[in-house]
Design a protein around this ligand. Structure first.
Ligand code: 5GP
Ligand code: MN
Length: 343
């Protein structure tokens, strides 16, 4: 985003506007962190702002400031569509292609003609935005919302709510500040957030230390199911619908499970396959260490994408067939995986 864009957006926002902020389907800490930070920031300036999320967030984000104000497209389609049609400006945060909002919401977004402002850190952005702030080197969209506020000389507007939301997004997308995307600037930003009211211990506890007994049992099942393909430095986990039901699966319960596979000594590529009978798909999460791009892997074979070291995908085959398909593809990458990183 250059100076000209900043000036134009500044002029746009000089008048009170009807603004909608959209987050992606199955919102995570960064999706809601960035959306709600932007929500509080714009509202503070007198705009009429609505956050629309395609569907609900996991239980561990239900405490976020402003979360209760979010309109769920899945639950209030007519109302959400009306609000979208009336919007003068639509921010799309933490995604860069309309299909990431799901089939129905994608159609609604394709029909409207507001000024679209994209703020996002994923690869290969689509071409729908009037103004695009896209940077794959950033830890999170939440960090970019901070940058955005800085571009407009508005860091002094950061209050406890905004600081809390941005902190949550950075914390969740960096695996609590440990992923390589975390920079000294990230830590400087976080220091500023603490100075402005973010309570680091409270936020961590609210997001991370809320395990149910069932979730722990499900994790035990997932770890017992873990398989290693040693010569490809790969580990994968499966969870069937039957297993999920057995432990009363709730949205968000499997979050982070794939990282256990990646934490195995010598493993640099990890996958979790999760059966979803209701949607008739297998949802996959891919993680890697070093240069091996799970974004490309997910894009090429499993209808997905994301970042170099974290991506998602899906398959419409059975759980068994999907794993077989994966195991058939994997040897093609043996040399690349062997050479990519010495874990
Ligand atoms: P997760 O495995 O946690 O669902 O997703 C990991 C990362 O990949 C996230 O940054 C997420 O936004 C992205 N991602 C997940 N699923 C998809 C997908 O189907 N398409 C694209 N382009 N990105 C995805
Ligand atoms: Mn993100």
């Amino acid at each position: 985003m250059d100076r000209r864009d900043i000036n134009k957006i500044s002029a746009l926002l000089a008048v009170h506007r009807k603004i909608v902020i959209v987050s992606h389907r199955n919102p995570d800490g960064d999706a809601y962190g960035s959306s709600l930070a932007m929500y509080h920031y714009l509202k503070k300036q007198g705009h009429t702002v609505t956050v629309i999320s395609p569907n609900d967030c996991p239980f561990f984000l239900k405490w976020m400031p402003g979360q209760k104000d979010i309109v769920l497209f899945e639950k209030k389609e007519a109302n959400a569509t009306k609000i979208l049609h009336e919007a003068e400006i639509v921010f799309t945060l933490d995604f860069n292609a309309f299909h990431r909002t799901g089939n129905k919401m994608q159609l609604a977004l394709e029909k409207i003609k507001p000024i679209f402002i994209m703020i996002d850190h994923h690869q290969a952005p689509d071409d729908y935005a009037t103004y695009r702030y896209s940077d794959v080197t950033k830890t999170s969209t939440s960090e970019m919302v901070y940058d955005f506020m800085e571009m407009f000389d508005d860091l002094s507007k950061i209050d406890t709510e905004i600081a809390t939301c941005i902190y949550t997004g950075i914390m969740t997308d960096t695996g609590s500040f440990r992923f390589p995307s975390t920079t000294s600037r990230t830590h400087r930003i976080v220091a500023n957030l603490l100075d402005n009211g973010a309570d680091n211990a409270k936020i961590y506890n609210s997001v991370m230390d809320v395990n149910s007994y069932n979730r722990m049992q499900l994790l035990g099942r997932a770890l017992a199911n873990m398989k290693v393909v040693e010569d490809c430095k790969t580990a994968y986990i499966t969870l069937s619908q039957y297993e999920l039901n057995k432990y009363n699966f709730e949205k968000g319960d499997t979050e982070g499970f794939v990282n256990y596979a990646l934490s195995l000594k010598g493993v640099i590529f990890a996958v979790i396959f999760i059966e979803d009978k209701k949607q008739g798909i297998i949802k996959m999460s891919f993680r890697s260490k070093g240069k091996f791009s799970v974004n490309e892997f997910a894009r090429t074979y499993f209808n997905g994408g994301g970042h170099t070291n974290a991506a998602g995908g899906r398959s419409e085959e059975s759980l068994h067939k999907t794993v077989q398909q994966f195991l058939k593809i994997l040897p093609k990458y043996k040399t690349e995986l062997e050479q990519s990183y010495e874990a």
